[in-house]
Write a protein that binds this ligand. Structure first.
Ligand code: NDP
Length: 330
């Protein structure tokens, strides 16, 4: 059919067994929205790994086109803010969960969910950043709002060789922070130093049960791991410091005590990218265009085709993906 296009569809059979396939769809198959976008790039985030493999209940409508973010060009619009030809980014708002997401050559979404591609950044670069990198920027902005400036001392990034971690290390280093990178992949020490890390901390130093308080080492942190790792980071945060918590790669629990909060005035700042209000979203994307070194972004990124998504979705959950993946859709 002439208006058909390719998309990745995850489906469930009567026994709720999940399957994934590269399939042909038409515009009539898409969900409601007031803007149609010709998607050029998407990406594979940790959450996409969970959705495509079915390892966690990310998908809440069947069948689903996964992919929590995409970049592309508006093909048609009934939204007053967008016209054909506009370059746009979409991330979050339930795309790839309750609304068809980014692993498709065409998407129909609400214009209110879109952000215009900022000047100085290409569509491929925006997806190299993707939800993971934009979340890293939200974490850095939270540290800044809480007064964690480079002169306060080193900051720690956990899950450093992953997507959120790699971008956080690069941004913090460009902003002048001394960055300690915690990783389970010591073989990635040179990679992390190349992104700007000044110290490498082995993952297992932080993965055991935390003391209520430990030696004060870090002015702040960006945590993509959760569980004991976050508890240890909190116990090592200096008086008045802030830790931005955005992830659960190591677990959903948080086995800590109130000691860092009530005895050291530590702040735990929660970061959500999905429903993040528009002004903060636009600020984060604008900051990415200026505060992320393009060379470092290129060094942490590799490109795959739409058909490769199912394989890479499994890899990311096994911690085998370094940095960021761009899915070249068109
Ligand atoms: P990645 O898989 O790219 O990175 C996660 C990293 O965490 C891995 O690379 C690894 O880093 C580390 N890690 C993995 N497993 C474990 C483990 N068992 N114990 C300790 N460390 C581990 O994922 P993303 O960067 O895309 O996402 C990171 C986290 O942030 C995820 O939990 C994701 O769901 C969350 N997230 C949340 C968002 C929000 O809105 N709050 C938005 C985006 C992401 P290393 O090899 O260096 O140790």
């Amino acid at each position: 059919m002439s208006d058909s296009f390719k998309a990745i569809l995850v489906s469930r059979d009567e026994e709720k067994k999940q399957s994934v396939a590269l399939t042909d769809l038409t515009l009539a198959d898409l969900m409601e929205g007031d803007v149609v976008v010709r998607v050029s790039h998407s990406t594979v985030n940790y959450k996409d790994g969970l959705a495509v493999t079915g390892r966690a209940p990310v998908v809440r409508r069947w069948p689903m086109i996964p992919g929590i973010d995409f970049c592309g060009i508006v093909e048609s619009s009934e939204h007053p803010g967008y016209k054909a030809g506009d370059a746009v980014i979409l991330n979050g708002w339930g795309c790839g969960e309750t609304h068809f997401g980014g692993y498709t050559e065409k998407a129909r979404v609400k214009g209110d969910w879109l952000v215009k591609l900022p000047a100085g950044i290409s569509a491929a670069e925006a997806m190299a950043v993707g939800t993971a990198g934009y979340t890293a920027m939200l974490c850095v902005m939270a540290l800044e709002r809480h007064g964690v400036t480079p002169d306060k001392g080193p900051v720690i990034v956990t899950g450093a060789a992953g997507g959120v971690g790699s971008v956080a290390v690069a941004i913090l280093s460009k902003l002048g922070y001394e960055v300690a990178a915690s990783t389970g992949r010591v073989e990635e020490a040179d990679y992390l130093k190349g992104l700007g890390a000044t110290e490498i901390i082995a993952r297992d130093e932080l993965s055991g049960p935390a003391k209520p308080l430990n030696k004060e080492r870090f002015a702040g942190g960006v945590d993509a791991v959760g569980s004991h790792t976050l508890a240890n980071v909190l116990s090592m945060t200096k008086y008045g410091g802030t830790v931005a918590a955005c992830g659960l790669a190591g677990g959903m629990d948080l086995p800590t005590s109130v000691a860092p909060f009530i005895l050291r005035g530590v702040t735990l700042a929660g970061i959500d990218s999905v429903m993040c209000p528009r002004p903060l979203r636009e600020e984060a994307w604008a900051r990415i265009a200026t505060d992320l070194d393009k060379g470092k972004l290129a060094a942490m990124t590799h490109e795959i085709a739409l058909a490769d998504v199912p394989t890479v979705a499994s890899d990311i959950l096994e911690g085998k993906v370094r940095g960021r993946i761009v899915v070249k859709v068109a």
